[in-house]
Design a protein around this ligand. Sequence first.
Ligand code: SAM
Length: 348
Amino acid sequence: MSTVNLVEKLYKEHNLSDSELKEILLTTDSEVDKTLQKYAQKVRDKVFGKNVYIRGLIEVSNYCKNDCYYCGIRRSNKNICRYRLTKEQILDCCKKGYELGFRTFVLQGGEDFHYSDDDICSIVSEIKSNFGDCAVTLSIGERSYESYKKYYDAGADRFLLREETSNPLHYGKLHPQEMSLENRIQCLYNLKEIGYQVGCGIMIGSPYQTVDDIILDLRFFQKFMPHMIGIGPFVPHKDTDFRDKPIGDLKLTLRTLGIIRLMINDVLLPSTTALSTIDPKGRILGILYGGNVVMPNLSPQFAKENYTLYDGKLSTGKESGEMVKELEKSLKNFGYSIEISRGDTPRK
Ligand code: SAM
């Protein structure tokens, strides 16, 4: 079967063998990319229409107790100006975002235990009581089942926690020994059991990753069936050991997105900031390969400048209103528009 036909088979059957998936991921045939885009768009348009969901990203803290080898905010980076937003600052970001039409706020940060469970619950419940028709997504790393349950009971709707890789040996090359893939995956299952809409994900091109690892990740997605999957290229950061490692491949990232859309039709798939960092057209390309979510940054300027996960991370001085207008314009050129709603999972 030709590789183009394999894409059609994936569209129809939502599954392929490992070697067939590998063929698509590594293709050099532009027809394969065209076909993948065509079917990814067809599926996305059928499930979600031409509307792109927006989530307002608020980078709450760049303090982190972890030392992930790839990440610019890892605890051992001494060349970083650490900050942490107060509840009032976070609520202010939400207020500005709400006025611009955002109905989901994503609170993301390093693993910063300065925020106690009570602090997090109080931030979540105040956002929910001030902005009743909004969803709150947390992305604050690994915590206990009990803590996750408290945040859920306080009103948190969704949680993003990338497993980063499904291969324990690969995980060990990206993280110090004190961190374990087992615990991370357990957290994902805990979140799902509690009732969150759960997002997991990986970086494409993280150091030592092989195409077989990506296939293993795809198998994990099929098994775990997350509501969202965050896929972005690895981008090196100058103050990490991986400073000289290459940037993740754009085409490989896009093909992974397209394959995921055909495998799990109703998954929420962001076109990530890292994608737009490595290519000026990255954001729209992500949409053309089946993405249906974008996450504009609502953080205060000082936070945007210091939440430096990787080099070159976009942190324009543009105020959020201008940013949303530009996004609307660029989506419109390709026939898409922004949807003003919480943008929950369509899965029952
Ligand atoms: N602390 C939370 C956690 O561990 O899930 C959320 C913050 S963490 C910085 C968010 C994501 O940034 C990570 O899951 C990782 O995939 C991504 N990230 C970190 N460093 C990166 C890099 N150098 N290139 C691309 N993405 C990166």
